[in-house]
Design a protein around this ligand. Structure first.
Ligand code: ATP
Ligand code: MG
Length: 388
């Protein structure tokens, strides 16, 4: 028996008590069979969405058209979806329509890989119509049904094949792999948001180097990702999404900014990468170089930059030592850490954009010598500066 959380058991048994079938389905069953605790649980049921809404106190109609109701039990929000099969995929992105179907077997047939086409409940155990258990045991990724047809229906599955290869360390079965590689071009029609989500999961996985064949076969060229860099480097980094993504693009993209645009990355991610690029292109010789870089970026970015340099194999012991000294001694490097401010400068007769320029000169002086950061010294320096 697999170990379902009590909230999931409650949802399944409630639906069953109303005379319908219900199962945990997809990735959660696969993960439990692999001995892993799933991140989230999905439920599939013979009950239609409105019947599901009527059975539970707290529900959210998250995708009624597609048969999905989110049921909230305790701290868990669980997607409960009516058995369905997908209609035609004329745009190769989303089914034109979904049709509710009476049997679990039909619902499992629409799923991408056999290892994801498993269902489970405590009453019936694991329901496996497509050989998913055997494929889990052999660590194989195999399309459910004809791979040609399945990849042409929804080309995102091509990327998912490589993504699951990265996250599960399973190997694509030959027919499935050949079919995926044959239809790589179709990926270009898939929404960039869906692509980004899958790519991030691959990049943040334990085995990101398993993306290499996809890149070598030009599967990501339409995103400006064409260089098969050494992705094993990513394994040395924590799973912080922005850091992993930046390093992935640093290793594989022709131009990081172009790739970020193509992926429709968020402004926050773009900003992070912009700062990491500054850090990576700054020549660091003395402590002042680091302080100026900290001013332009942040200590967090600099710490990530050091992690990246270490992962690449560069000796950055001296940079680390200087950075630690700056942080431990709280050496000033920001304008707002100066012992005087804009108002003080105005009292000295400075106005307009001269205020900012003078503050920047003073900041640079303090960066070179922290002892300069007293009111008297900075006023004196300002007066000299006015004199010049
Ligand atoms: P993870 O644990 O990484 O989230 P997952 O298998 O749960 O993996 P999801 O993207 O959350 O992946 O999808 C849940 C389930 O929905 C899958 O296990 C699969 O059965 C089905 N599925 C998702 N996307 C597709 C798709 N594009 N084509 C066919 N089936 C899909
Ligand atoms: Mg999932």
């Amino acid at each position: 028996m697999l170990n379902l959380p009590k909230e999931i058991q409650f949802i399944i048994s409630t639906i069953e008590a109303h005379g319908y079938e219900a199962y945990a389905v997809g990735g959660c069953v696969r993960d439990m069979l692999c001995g892993k605790i799933p991140d989230d649980y999905d439920i599939t049921t013979s009950a239609n969405p409105h019947a599901v809404e009527d059975m539970f106190e707290r529900t959210v109609p998250t995708g009624i058209k597609h048969g999905t109701v989110t049921v909230i039990v305790g701290d868990r929000a669980v997607e409960v979806t009516t058995f369905r099969c997908d209609g035609d995929y004329t745009d190769r992105r989303r089914p034109d329509s979904v049709k509710f179907v009476p049997e679990l077997k039909q619902d499992l047939a629409r799923r991408d890989f056999t290892v994801n086409a498993l269902a489970y409940n405590d009453r019936l155990g694991v329901c496996d119509f497509y050989g998913g258990r055997e494929d889990i045991n052999n660590r194989v990724l195999r399309a459910v049904g004809d791979p040609e047809k399945r990849f042409c229906e929804d080309a995102l599955r091509i990327l998912r094949l490589f993504r699951f290869s990265c996250t599960l360390k399973f190997t694509p079965e030959t027919g499935t792999l050949n079919s995926a590689l044959k239809h790589l071009k179709l990926l270009e029609d898939i929404s960039r948001e869906r692509i980004f989500t899958e790519l991030l999961k691959a990049v943040c996985s334990d085995n990101p180097e398993r993306l290499t064949p996809l890149i070598k076969e030009h599967g990501l060229a339409f995103l400006g990702i064409t260089r098969a860099g050494n992705l094993k480097i990513l394994k040395k980094l924590e799973r912080k999404q922005d850091l992993r993504l930046f390093v992935f693009l640093y290793l594989c993209a022709d131009d990081i900014n172009t790739a970020l645009e193509a992926l429709k990355a968020s402004n926050k991610t773009k900003e992070y990468c912009r700062k990491m690029l500054i850090a990576n292109s700054t020549v660091i010789k003395v402590k002042a170089d680091i302080k100026n870089l900290l001013f332009k970026t942040s200590p967090e970015i600099f710490a990530d930059f050091l992690v990246l340099q270490t992962a690449i194999g560069n000796d950055i012991s001296e940079e680390k030592r200087m950075f630690n000294e700056i942080i431990i001694n709280r050496e000033p490097y920001k304008t707002k850490e100066l012992a005087i401010n804009g108002k003080d400068l105005e009292k000295l007769g400075i106005s307009g954009k001269k205020v900012g320029e003078t503050l920047e000169k003073l900041r640079k002086a303090v960066v070179l010598d922290p002892n300069e950061n007293t009111r008297e010294r900075l006023i004196e320096k300002t007066k000299q500066n006015i004199g010049n």
